[in-house]
Design a protein around this ligand. Structure first.
Ligand SMILES: [Zn+2]
Length: 100
């Protein structure tokens, strides 16, 4: 299978696997109402045991692939659902303006 044949979810999961990050949430779990998780276009990865440098390398790779992310290593102040320290990575559809 060529990389182009992968779904957005598979591409995100491949990125996490490449950097040895554990995926804690894909399309399930508890997210904001219009979350890209429900479209199969977002994953959460745990940052447990990861150094800042490891996180930085993951995010550099995500950026190179055109992904977006939210750094949710700290509890959001706005009361959004939060399941512990993680990074939210997404591959929004073209023209998407609903954030990461
Ligand atoms: Zn998320």
């Amino acid at each position: 299978m060529t990389p182009e044949a992968l779904t957005p979810l598979q591409k995100l999961e491949a990125l996490a696997a490449k950097h040895h990050f554990v995926v804690t949430s894909t399309t399930g779990g508890h997210h904001t109402p219009h979350s890209l998780h429900y479209l199969g276009r977002a994953i959460d990865v745990s940052v447990r045991g990861k150094s800042d440098r490891e996180v930085e390398l993951l995010l550099e790779d995500a950026k190179a692939q055109g992904f977006r992310w939210l750094d949710e290593r700290h509890k959001p102040a706005d009361g959004r659902p939060w399941g512990g320290p993680h990074l939210h990575l997404s591959d929004p559809p073209l023209g998407w303006d609903g954030g990461a």
